[in-house]
Ligand binder design. Structure first.
Ligand SMILES: Cc1cc2nc3c(=O)[nH]c(=O)nc-3n(C[C@H](O)[C@H](O)[C@H](O)COP(=O)(O)O)c2cc1C
Length: 474
């Protein structure tokens, strides 16, 4: 049996931006389960780690294994600051992603995805996956190529219905030119826009031999699963079935139930995925959302699933890249029963519900200085038709005046957070502004029942990825 044919019982969910970095994924893979790195905004993560000095030399070590030394060297010459930048200086930006991607953007994406997967896979034979969001389309093709160059075993994608990705994986593994249709708003003529990517344009020496990773779609309904099986451009190897208690983004409520306040969106009975119908599709699947316990694993296996995907319990463990002070505060609040997780239907520029924890000194803290809107990372920006021949880029999290000038409507800007800057701050890579650093945004799932089993002493809030796995398998 090939390594990639073995299916794990526990998938450590991909957690962006950078929360599930290579250290966490590697720790999980080494325990015989599947570690998943986040590919979301990984180019910014890598260039900011390089500008912070790459103190343990891990990125430089990965770069020395990149198949084309000249490309790796360009990245390190551009971004590495030996000893690290001074703390009051801002990070240098990464090139913007556009419909006509510049070669420098593509190279950075290829190299960054390679580095993160290489490091997660280094020194063991376990399984490694990479997670992307369907809504973030522009970086996808070069990112997949970079991850595949490092031999990623699984690609997982949520935040939409990724019909095109299975075919793209087939194409890239053959080094064929691939195409991804790009969604463009305000497009009355329904013109078709796409991103075309030829892996061979970037192979400056011997052509690499690539293996097609398995593809798992992260979905929240049997209808989405069925659509993927029927209409995908290639084979979907399985599903992660995530319910609305899970951390990060959630699928929007499918049908609004009648409530006393019918104008407020709310999850109801009808948003619970029909596991029986998913089982009937005959593909492997894993359940996600509040599943971090031996009972939930047993329940998943009994219902025909291959296992579970777990996020929050791993996000708070020692190997996760979330800032230690944030992890400790969240665990302290868990232990004292004060933790509050909110489904925010407005915060995310994607328009999807997003789980946030109320914490001091983060964007949810009313006493925290109001953040001046600015959009300088732009991963969640929408493309829109400026005219028949011109494409524009806009984000409802950017300054309202600019959003309105770009034809956006004011109601879409209400309550928006800049998730790109906020999530980078949560892993200690926040941008430095004139009036201080970017405030973090902290997301998690609703279930913390694992905490009392993993934290045995309130004075020591540390536990490892192995502790999470040992507890779930106990
Ligand atoms: C901090 C955090 C960040 C997350 N980021 C992502 C992400 O970028 N993409 C994704 O598909 N899921 C993301 N998730 C969801 C997890 O991968 C996982 O499916 C979910 O957390 C499972 O529910 P649980 O937290 O109750 O275990 C995130 C979850 C957390 C806690």
């Amino acid at each position: 049996m090939k390594n990639s044919d073995k299916l794990p019982e526990i998938i450590q969910g991909g957690m962006g931006i950078g929360v599930s970095g290579w250290r966490l994924a590697k720790a999980v893979s080494m325990q015989g389960q599947m570690g998943v790195v986040s590919g979301t905004a990984i180019d910014s993560v890598i260039v900011r780690r390089l500008q912070s000095g790459d103190s343990d030399g891990s990125i430089r070590r990965a770069l020395s294994h990149f198949p084309w030394a000249d490309m790796a060297q360009r990245i390190s010459e551009e971004y590495l600051i030996p000893g690290g930048k001074s703390p009051e200086k801002p990070f240098k930006p990464t090139p913007a992603h556009t419909l006509q991607m510049k070669r420098s953007s593509c190279e950075l994406l290829i190299v960054s995805n390679f580095v993160e997967v290489f490091l997660a896979k280094e020194g063991h034979k376990g399984l490694t996956g990479i997670n992307y969001l369907e809504k973030i389309q522009l970086p996808t093709l070069p990112s997949l190529f970079g991850a595949m160059l490092a031999g990623v075993d699984f690609v997982l994608m949520g935040g939409g219905i990724p019909l095109s990705i299975p075919g793209v994986l087939d194409g890239v593994s053959q080094l064929d030119t691939v195409e991804l249709k790009i969604h463009v708003e305000d497009n009355p003529g329904h013109r078709s826009y796409s991103h075309v990517f030829d892996p061979k344009d970037f192979c400056t020496g011997t052509l690499p031999k690539l293996t097609r990773p398995k593809f798992l779609a992260i979905i929240s309904s049997d209808i989405a699963a069925k659509t993927l099986v029927r209409r995908s451009t290639g084979f979907v190897d399985g599903f992660v079935v995530e319910d609305h208690t899970a951390g990060g983004h959630n699928a929007p409520p499918r049908r609004t139930d009648r409530t006393e306040t019918p104008s407020l969106p709310q999850f109801g009975q009808k948003d619970i995925p029909d596991i029986g119908k998913i089982r009937e599709l005959g593909r492997p699947f894993w359940l996600a959302g509040g599943c971090a316990s031996p009972e939930k694993l047993k329940h998943a296996l009994d219902s025909g699933a291959d296992g579970i995907q777990v996020g929050t319990a791993f996000a708070l463990c020692n190997e996760s890249s979330m800032l230690p002070e944030i992890k400790q505060e969240v665990l302290r609040q868990c232990m004292s029963g004060k933790i509050k997780v909110l489904t925010d239907f407005q915060a995310s520029p994607t328009g999807y519900p997003f789980k946030v924890i109320s914490l001091k000194n983060t964007v949810t803290d009313r006493n925290c200085r109001e953040r001046k809107r600015c959009c300088d990372l732009g991963y969640l920006k929408q493309l829109y038709c400026k005219s028949e021949s011109e494409i524009g880029y806009r984000c409802p999290g950017e300054p309202v005046k600019i959003w309105l000038m770009k034809g956006g409507s004011e109601d879409k800007t209400v309550g928006k957070h800049c998730l790109c800057n906020g999530l980078l701050a949560t892993v200690g890579l926040g941008q430095v502004r004139e009036n201080g650093s970017e405030p973090p945004v902290v997301t998690s799932g609703e279930d913390f029942s694992f905490a009392t089993h993993l934290v045995r002493n309130p004075d020591d809030l540390n536990y490892s990825a192995k502790d999470v796995i040992d507890y779930i398998k106990s």
